[in-house]
Design a protein around this ligand. Structure first.
Ligand SMILES: NC(=O)c1ccc[n+]([C@@H]2O[C@H](COP(=O)([O-])OP(=O)(O)OC[C@H]3O[C@@H](n4cnc5c(N)ncnc54)[C@H](O)[C@@H]3O)[C@@H](O)[C@H]2O)c1
Length: 266
């Protein structure tokens, strides 16, 4: 299927690793110019090198998606260089400070909300300003199964990812008149550097996991809760995001779409 995103300018936050990396590669493969915005500039540059080696185009930009100044600079540099922003993928997120709510720390709450929710707010605000005059745009935020069902030990993360859905519905209504669509995509379990850190945190917390590898802890979790009994790949998530970024998806807005092997059914 021709996604009709050739030469579109796509900003992917947290695009240097894991799911974000796969999204940047996929959008570039479909002809978009990918802006990989990440705290880790060296890793972001490697993704751009991969894109260029494959014949694509893009740019790496150092950015802290939780900082208003850094986010505004990201979009200013993108506009100065490419002249437009057509697609925004809010992929920055995660957090490994797992704890029961009664034992949790306020600093961890603030950090996880900032990383998963404030980052999306800041990027949407800046990207929408660039998209509105051109009356077109696609905004896709990466949620989680934890944004659609409560999970013990992840109070802050669930609150942030559930919040992302409400925020997306508001923005989808506010931006509909400009033909800008806004959606969330909710992966189940994807073995990424982020999940490895989470598995390590679980291992540190639970003595029964002491002799298990990080991948075994991940697989155990997948098998326990996933009807289709398998994890998702970063490329599967990237495929759905690319579809939502396409012309074909022009009538889909304000939606929370699961891609999780059936963990959450609605
Ligand atoms: N991995 C999973 O199983 C899974 C499942 C559901 C949802 N998700 C969501 O998918 C998204 C990506 O997850 P992942 O596992 O690929 O993450 P990851 O930790 O593997 O990679 C995240 C990337 O974001 C960058 N980053 C972190 N904080 C940043 C900031 N403040 N500003 C800019 N860049 C920053 C990191 O440097 C890294 O390159 C997250 O929103 C996560 O909540 C992941």
């Amino acid at each position: 299927m021709d996604l009709k995103i050739k030469d579109k300018i796509a900003v992917v936050t947290g695009g240097a690793n894991g799911i974000g990396r796969a999204i940047a590669l996929k959008l570039a493969q479909e002809g978009a110019k990918a802006v990989v915005a990440d705290l880790n500039l060296d890793a972001a540059r490697k993704v751009i090198d991969e894109i260029k080696t494959a014949g694509g185009e893009g740019m790496a930009i150092a950015c802290d998606a939780t900082s208003p100044e850094s986010v505004d600079a990201l979009f200013q540099v993108t506009l100065d260089h490419f002249g437009a922003v057509d697609i925004l993928v809010n992929n920055v997120g995660g957090g490994t400070a797992i704890a029961l709510v009664v034992r949790s720390q306020v600093e961890d709450w603030d950090k996880v909300i900032e990383m998963n929710l404030k980052s999306a707010y800041l990027c949407c605000r800046a990207a929408a300003k660039a998209m509105m005059p051109r009356r077109q745009g696609r905004i896709i935020s990466i949620g989680s199964v934890s944004g659609r069902t409560g999970e013990p030990l992840l109070g802050h993360y669930c609150a942030a990812k559930f919040g992302l859905i409400g925020f997306t519905q508001v923005l989808a209504r506010e931006l509909a008149r400009y033909d800008i669509t806004v959606n969330t995509v909710h992966p189940g379990y994807v073995f990424t550097p982020g999940w490895e850190k989470l598995a390590q945190a679980l291992k540190d917390m639970q003595p029964l996991l002491a002799d298990k590898s990080l991948e075994e802890i991940f697989n155990q979790r997948v098998q326990a809760v996933t009807p289709l009994r398998r994890a998702q790949t970063p490329e599967e998530i990237a495929g759905l995001v690319a579809y939502l970024a396409s012309y074909e998806a022009r009538s889909i807005t304000g939606q929370a779409i699961g891609i999780d092997g059936g963990v959450v059914m609605s």
